[in-house]
Design a protein around this ligand. Structure first.
Ligand SMILES: NC(=O)c1ccc[n+]([C@@H]2O[C@H](COP(=O)([O-])OP(=O)(O)OC[C@H]3O[C@@H](n4cnc5c(N)ncnc54)[C@H](OP(=O)(O)O)[C@@H]3O)[C@@H](O)[C@H]2O)c1
Length: 323
């Protein structure tokens, strides 16, 4: 019988890469990837060349899970659930509801993989993505602990994926436009100390997740947390130099006061909540010492070194994107 993995977030940065790795690494055995998505056509288009996998699409909005037409049908026979949701204060509620529905409707469920972030903690500020991730982690741990206590014949494990800041964020439109203009800009009201971040290639993250999801013996990854970072800690000055060397254009790092950065985002008519989320994000990457560490979890699981920043620039032909 075909194994079924249910994915959320499949049309985003990580989701698209994860599908590529699932397709590349799945063996001849039949694997069905069921995707909950808002726009089925978009999802179908993304996977049209993945011939090794069988796909099923379910139209659904994660913000309104209780309006899913037939939850029994959506969660039916899934063995694995991959949870990736966008950053919002409701993250914990959304992810917990998703897991509850899966536990309720799929007796074959054996593993939930939750996409989190390095530095996730309930102790962070109320307007921080790291707090929302921390709350969601805690809620899922509690849910599964209670489930496993009651259902001794249906034990489900939880794997937490905690990546550092993605290298691929440099491909965001606003960031590319700014770099094209010669500047890499970050909000930083304390520029005498530098950002030090072990940026990670999103391909490493997706590859590791694909290995976890494809491993037949789910107990092998048990209730692990995987911290995924790049192979080097980089300052934004170093990244600007690498961008200059790679593209042949002069690109300078500019630390701007947080108030100035907030004004730029206000002028772009971005919502107040988003502006605060971005400020808190960079404050955390500045002060949280965890995000300046290198972890070898990727190498231990895959047996390969992490992809470097230079490799990212070259594989994505970053210089062409700056023309
Ligand atoms: N970026 C980083 O550096 C970084 C670092 C560490 C952790 N993270 C974590 O990574 C996660 C984001 O991953 P990503 O960058 O791959 O996301 P992304 O590219 O923004 O994609 C978001 C995905 O979620 C789907 N989605 C959004 N709202 C939905 C809804 N209401 N119902 C159903 N689907 C919905 C989107 O579908 P549509 O196609 O319909 O929009 C898309 O597939 C966040 O949890 C963040 O905390 C990010």
């Amino acid at each position: 019988m075909s194994r079924i993995i249910l994915l959320t977030g499949a049309t985003g940065t990580i989701g698209k890469l994860l599908l590529e790795f699932l397709n590349e690494k799945s063996t001849t055995e039949e694997l069905t990837v069921r995707i909950i998505v808002r726009n089925v056509e978009k999802a179908r288009e993304n996977v049209k060349n993945f011939e090794k996998l069988k796909f099923e699409f379910v139209e659904g909005d994660l913000n309104d899970l209780d309006s899913l037409k037939d939850p029994q049908e959506v969660f039916n026979q899934i063995e694995r659930l991959f949870i990736l949701t966008i950053d919002s204060p409701d993250k914990s509620d959304i992810e917990t509801r998703l897991a509850e529905l899966a536990l309720e409707h799929s007796p074959s469920l054996e593993q939930i993989v939750k996409f989190s972030a390095l530095g996730a903690s309930e102790d962070c500020e109320t307007n921080s993505v790291f707090r929302w991730q921390g709350e969601a982690e805690k809620s899922l741990i509690k849910l599964l602990k209670n489930h496993n206590k009651k259902e001794k014949n249906h034990l489900v494990s939880l794997v937490l994926i905690r990546p550092n800041l993605f290298m691929q964020n440099l491909l965001w439109n606003d960031e590319l436009e700014s770099i094209k203009g010669g500047f890499l800009i970050r909000p930083d009201s304390n520029p005498t100390s530098l950002f030090h971040i072990s940026h990670v290639d999103a391909r490493d993250i997706a590859e590791l997740i694909s290995i976890v999801l494809l491993e037949k013996d789910h107990k092998k990854h048990g209730n692990q947390t995987y911290n995924i970072t790049g192979p080097m800690v980089l300052t934004y000055e170093e990244i600007a130099t690498m961008l200059s060397n790679h593209s042949g254009k002069e690109i300078t790092y500019q630390a701007v006061p947080e108030s100035y950065y907030a004004d730029i985002l206000k002028q772009a008519q971005l919502p107040n909540e988003f502006i605060w989320t971005m400020l808190k994000l960079y404050q955390t990457y500045k002060w949280n010492p965890m995000t300046r560490l290198i972890f070898s979890d990727f190498q231990i699981i895959t047996g390969k070194p992490q992809r470097s920043f230079e490799q990212f620039l070259s594989d994505y032909q970053f210089s062409l994107k700056l023309q």
